[in-house]
Ligand binder design. Structure first.
Ligand SMILES: Nc1ncnc2c1ncn2[C@@H]1O[C@H](COP(=O)(O)OP(=O)(O)OP(=O)(O)O)[C@@H](O)[C@H]1O
Length: 722
């Protein structure tokens, strides 16, 4: 039986027997979803069946199965981008009005909580103020940070989660505090086993011991919301992780949110008097929604299932199976995963795993989550990731997931492009279109501020960028002007911030922007959505003229990503060249080609003339295809023979455009996965494309005109025109 890990089984709230059989008979195709290697028609049918099943279960929206297609061609063109997997909603949602109506009648509870929260925090603040007054703040900083950690860790889940949120805000706190608060993610005093077993019995309806046998007496981790035990299932002997929620967790959180919200109202009023337009109540409400999602393990289980469905099939990614029948709102049972933390150098060495590669895989997987499907793990910190003994990257803890709509995803890629391009006018209008800036605000001062805040940092050497720096600088502008950032954008910033922090912990030399830009470049070159096509054109063409260095850089950078499809990129570029917008580019290219041909000796000219006369550009390209095939076989020093040299064109006769085009051709040919055979459909397209034929005819006509005039000049000894 290989049912564990099967997406169908994982999607089922309960496992009907008949279905297990069906899945069993299809075993072997299971890993094909998500664009893995063996993509065969049978697996497409299987996948459609799975998605229909998931639709019937209400796990994915109706119609998703129909949209799923495996295009012909190699497996990596399989796209799961169009599927929509939104974040699962908790059964009980955060309702501040309901909480207020209920809690204000219980003053004893919130008054006591007020004292619990504010006595230790005020005492702490007074100590810091006294440090500042006696000029000892820096000296005592580590000690104070440890004290704060101690205080917060005793103040319950809501405050702990708020502390965790702060731990990824280097713009607000110094490093010592960040480092200490980051410990909140893992280490917390556990609650007694008896209480945990009571929770399990109340939730599952059977005593803990009847279902599980503990492998370790004490919880292996105690977190803010729950603690995790390592156990075996008495029924099957499988090893599982059982996450049990802290008793009265929801109750405590609702009172904390009520108290925090009351203070937020007070702060709002003070800010109003200072004429600052920040709604702290809304911040608390957003936080409340998030934390209510986290405390509902049924929602977490559903998210884990969606996650495995989307990304479990990616090479080197592992997601533990959820035992849905043993999971409720307060108990979550997962397949046990043996593994090393990404920061545990020694254990990684024992697994012969390369930390740098793991970080790269993590960054690439996160980018795909955010920018392809939109359904992403918003908290990829060290405690939520493991490296399995086989070297796979395992995701844990699906309590903090987020979702970005498709137009928002394109918006983010466009924003990166505008930043790289230093096109702040487009960036400001994009922000306005995305609703970050109200429509009636004059963006001119914002454009000026953006230009001033991001001077040369964003120029050519995109690889040197540091995400934190860019966000801090953008943050300064956003703080000054009336920006309001939607939750998905904050989640993305947080996720990237956490990723960068983790990446730096694992490898101090890593640069996540360095890792991310190739992905953006490859998406730009291969995604056919109108938004990205427009962004690509903006990037590489100016007034119809190609900016060759940009194109070259883009192709080079994109070539380093693992699933970059160079043929798709060429197809896309060809699309542009042959489109209405490409008219100017075609004209320039043809004119320069004519110039070049005109520079050639009479023999070559007449040869070219003869060929251009009888062949369209497409046919000529088709004739050149053996050369293109030769490109991939590689006979020269760098493995790529020069097509222009093969065609007998000396360097000095080439125009700058041709030289640049040659460099681009070489970059394409050197790209990973370049396969000359896959160019044939492109060549066929060129042959049949009327615009390409027009271009060929135009070149032929112009060239013959030049050659006739050159002949006349030669015959009558007329000097060359200056
Ligand atoms: N399936 C598993 N296999 C092995 N270890 C696990 C598994 N699930 C959880 N753990 C361990 O338990 C720890 C806590 O789990 P998890 O992050 O899911 O809990 P949490 O309450 O959501 O934590 P946090 O509040 O820090 O996000 C993990 O860091 C990991 O060490």
């Amino acid at each position: 039986f290989r049912l564990a890990g099967d997406p169908v089984m994982n999607m089922m709230p309960t496992r009907p027997r008949g279905l297990s059989l069906a899945a069993l008979s299809l075993e072997g195709d299971v890993s094909t979803f998500g664009g893995s290697e063996q993509d065969i028609p049978a697996s497409t049918r299987l996948q459609k069946a799975r998605l229909r099943l998931a639709e019937a279960q209400g796990i994915i929206p109706a119609g998703s199965s129909e949209r799923y297609q495996t295009p012909g061609g190699p497996p990596r063109t399989t796209k799961v981008r169009d599927l929509t997997f939104k974040v699962a909603e908790p059964e009980v949602q955060y309702d501040p009005d309901e909480a207020e109506a209920r809690l204000w009648r219980q003053p004893l509870r919130w008054l006591r909580r007020n004292v619990d929260l504010f006595v230790p925090l005020t005492a702490f603040l007074l100590r810091v103020i006294s440090d500042i007054a006696t000029d000892q703040e820096e000296q005592h900083r580590r000690k104070r940070a440890q004290e704060l950690l101690e205080i917060i860790s005793k103040l319950g889940p809501a405050v702990i989660k708020a502390g965790q949120a702060l731990s990824s805000r280097p713009d607000l706190l110094p490093t010592e505090y960040l480092e200490e608060l980051q410990k909140l993610q893992d280490r917390l005093p556990p609650f007694p086993n008896e209480q945990a077993f009571q929770v399990v019995e109340a939730e599952l309806g059977v005593p803990f011991d009847q279902v599980f046998e503990l492998l370790e007496e004490n919880p292996i981790a105690a977190a803010s919301i729950g603690q995790v035990y390592k156990a075996t299932l008495r029924s099957t002997g499988e090893t599982v992780a059982v996450k049990v929620q802290r008793p009265r967790c929801e109750e405590i959180i609702s009172v904390d949110l009520y108290v925090l919200r009351w203070y937020a109202g007070l702060i709002n009023r003070i800010l109003g008097m200072l004429q600052r337009d920040i709604d702290v109540i809304a911040v608390i409400d957003d936080f409340g929604e998030l934390i209510y999602r986290e405390i509902d393990y049924t929602a977490e289980a559903a998210n884990a299932q969606r996650f495995v469905e989307l990304y479990g099939g990616l090479p080197d990614i592992f997601v533990p199976r959820v035992y849905t029948e043993l999971s409720t709102r307060k108990v979550l049972t997962l397949e046990w995963v043996d593994g090393a933390r990404l920061v545990d150098q020694r254990q990684l060495e024992a697994y012969r795993a390369d930390p740098t590669k793991l970080v790269d895989r993590l960054v690439q997987c996160s980018l795909r989550q955010m920018l392809e499907n939109g359904f992403f793990h918003a908290d990829p910190h060290a405690g939520n990731l493991l490296c399995t003994p086989e070297g796979q990257l395992c995701y844990l803890d699906f309590g903090m997931m987020s979702y970005v709509e498709s137009n928002q995803r394109y918006g983010i890629i466009e924003a990166v492009i505008h930043l790289v391009n230093r096109d702040f006018t487009s960036l400001a209008s994009l922000y306005q279109r995305m609703g970050f800036i109200p429509g009636d605000v004059d963006t001119q001062p914002i454009i000026v501020a953006l230009e001033a805040a991001l001077p040369e940092v964003l120029n050519a050497s995109v690889g040197e960028l540091n995400f934190k720096n860019v966000i801090n600088k953008l943050g300064d502008v956003m703080y000054k002007f009336p920006f309001s950032l939607p939750p998905y954008y904050i989640a993305i910033i947080r996720c990237l911030g956490v990723l960068e922090g983790l990446a730096l912990q694992v490898d101090p030399n890593s640069r996540i922007i360095n890792d991310a830009y190739p992905y953006i470049a490859s998406r730009l070159l291969t995604d056919s959505s109108p938004e990205l096509q427009a962004a690509l054109h903006k990037l590489i063409f100016k007034a119809g003229r190609p900016r060759w260095e940009r194109l070259e850089q883009l192709l080079e950078v994109a070539g380093s990503t693992s699933d970059y499809d160079v043929t798709l990129a060429m197809d896309q570029l060809l699309d542009y060249t042959l489109s209405e917008q490409g008219t100017e580019f075609r004209r320039i290219f043809a004119a320069e080609l004519v110039d070049a041909v005109d520079q050639l000796g009479a023999d070559t000219t007449s040869y070219v003339l003869k060929n251009w006369r009888s062949l369209s550009l497409g046919q000529a390209t088709a004739a050149l295809s053996p050369t293109l095939v030769a490109l991939s076989t590689g006979t020269e020093e760098d493995g790529v023979p020069d097509p222009f040299e093969l065609a007998g064109l000396p360097d000095e006769d080439m125009t700058p455009t041709m030289l640049a085009a040659r460099r681009v051709a070489r970059t394409l040919a050197l790209s990973r996965g370049f396969d000359a055979e896959r160019l044939l459909p492109l060549v066929r397209r060129l042959v049949q494309e009327p615009k390409a034929q027009d271009l060929g005819l135009g070149i032929a006509a112009d060239t013959s005109e030049r050659i006739v005039s050159r002949l006349i000049r030669t015959i009558f000894q007329v000097p060359e025109p200056v």
